[in-house]
Design a protein around this ligand. Structure first.
Ligand SMILES: Cc1cc2nc3c(=O)[nH]c(=O)nc-3n(C[C@H](O)[C@H](O)[C@H](O)COP(=O)(O)OP(=O)(O)OC[C@H]3O[C@@H](n4cnc5c(N)ncnc54)[C@H](O)[C@@H]3O)c2cc1C
Length: 407
């Protein structure tokens, strides 16, 4: 196999790797992207498609910590754990518990809010650059509460969002019914995030992004990176069908980044929150915006030719197969809201790259800035892809990077 070389090698072609490749190539750099599968076919394909500029609340909060035992072990909970994975998950869970304490959760919310600030403008700019304006829809996003009590239990989150200047409009049950008339009654009303944007087809967006990156000069290598070795002047990227020297590499392999980062000397508590979706094909979905019945832990999202029901969290690592009970949970949950839905036309499992504090790792490796870490975006990778790309570009240029979060 002939040895290859490049200025920048990006490891992983999810939304983070693709958006970063696009940005760096548009800035005139020589970029090679290494990805074993079809670009954009991992978590970046199957998500709920929301550019969630409002989502400042980390996964770990005092309320989640308080309810963790019932959330983890109750049947039909939106959060579940595969018992066989518990021992391996313990270190991550302990860190997660620590990050859920009040002061830590507030600090993490502030870090996430800073990253989210330019998420919408970043996506508008990127979509227009790659000719994908048609795949962005601005119609807000709606959180729903089944009872006044449920709404009241969200008060800490609402307060934290207010503190960070997030636009949120409170709606009575009647106002929700007027806005989305096909929904059943939600007695606790709702919160509308009016600025939120969503993708009408995340898979199609990934394809456009990959195509635009290729047109901008990004070279794609279909291979899995198995080893990275830092040399004096270059980083050696190796795999069964891969022998590449790069001046700089960016680790953007989503939930699979932990081993690669460890090879660079960065030991990050990265694990995965497994998430699922089911899709129901239909010409006209019964909603005009993404809607989240908060207690169920999923979004119902109108997408091109279908209704996608995406979300929930299963802690259980990267190798266990799809859990049919989690699919049933989504299916029954969707049918409880829209009783005429039949069997889903498609089901899917994907791996969120998750760190205990919910703040993505976007920084130079501790061993030097010729290796850059860009992973751990958890529930917000789609939203934060253009912001991440901008930060990676700043790190490569040696420009100050106030948003980079040390851990
Ligand atoms: C159900 C669900 C709903 C979600 N909803 C939203 C949402 O509404 N809004 C939002 O912002 N986010 C959402 N997310 C989160 C979002 O999808 C992820 O944070 C994001 O896709 C992560 O992007 P990524 O590029 O880091 O990872 P991925 O998309 O997983 O891409 C990583 C890539 O790296 C490749 N790779 C792995 N190992 C190697 C290797 N050794 N060498 C080379 N390449 C490798 C993989 O093949 C993969 O293509 C959701 C996630 C799920 C599961």
């Amino acid at each position: 196999m002939a040895r290859d070389s490049t200025e920048i090698a990006i490891i992983g072609g999810g939304v983070i790797g693709l958006a970063t490749a696009m940005r760096l190539a548009a800035e005139g750099r020589e970029v090679t992207l290494v990805e074993p599968n079809e670009p954009g076919s991992g978590a970046s394909y199957g998500n709920a498609g929301t550019i969630a500029d409002y989502a400042v609340i980390p996964v770990g909060t005092p309320a989640v910590l308080r309810n963790l035992p019932s959330l983890l072990f109750k049947r039909d909970s939106p959060l579940s754990i595969r018992r066989s994975a518990l021992p391996a998950l313990m270190p991550w869970l302990l860190r997660f518990a620590w990050q859920s304490l009040p002061q830590n959760a507030e600090k993490n919310a502030a870090a996430i809010a800073a990253l989210l600030m330019d998420s919408l403008s970043g996506w508008r700019e990127l979509a227009s650059q790659i000719g994908a304006d048609d795949l962005l829809k601005q119609n807000g996003c709606l959180y729903l509460y089944t009872s006044k009590l449920e709404f009241a239990s969200a008060s800490a989150d609402i307060g934290l969002r207010r503190q960070h200047g997030i636009a949120q409009e409170f709606m009575t049950a009647d106002e929700v019914a007027a806005l989305e008339p096909k929904l059943p009654p939600f007695e606790g009303g709702g919160v509308l995030f009016p600025n939120a944007v969503n993708l009408t087809d995340p898979g199609a967006m990934m394809k456009r992004l990959a195509k635009a990156a290729a047109a901008a000069g990004v070279r794609f290598i279909t291979a899995r990176t198995e080893r990275i070795e830092r040399g004096e002047r270059q980083v050696h990227v190796k795999g069964a069908a891969l022998d590449l020297l790069a001046k700089t590499i960016v680790i953007a392999a989503g939930a699979h980044s932990r081993m690669l980062a460890a090879q660079a000397g960065d030991h990050i508590a990265l694990d995965t929150e497994r998430g699922y979706h089911v899709e129901f094909d239909m010409q006209t979905p019964p909603l005009s915006r993404p809607v989240c019945p908060t207690a169920r832990g999923f979004y119902l999202v109108p997408m091109a030719g279908r209704l996608r029901v995406a979300g929930t969290v299963e802690l259980g690592g990267l190798t266990a197969p799809l859990n049919p009970r989690r699919i049933e949970l989504l299916e029954r949950g969707a049918q409880a809201i829209f009783p005429t839905l039949g069997k889903p036309d498609r089901t899917w499992l994907g791996f969120r790259p998750s760190v205990p504090d919910s703040v993505p790792v976007i920084r130079a490796s501790r061993g030097g800035s010729n290796i850059i870490l860009a992973f751990g975006h958890g529930h917000l990778g789609l939203t934060l892809a253009p912001v991440t790309a901008r930060m990676v570009s700043a790190i490569i240029d040696g420009r100050p990077n106030a948003l980079s979060h040390r851990k």
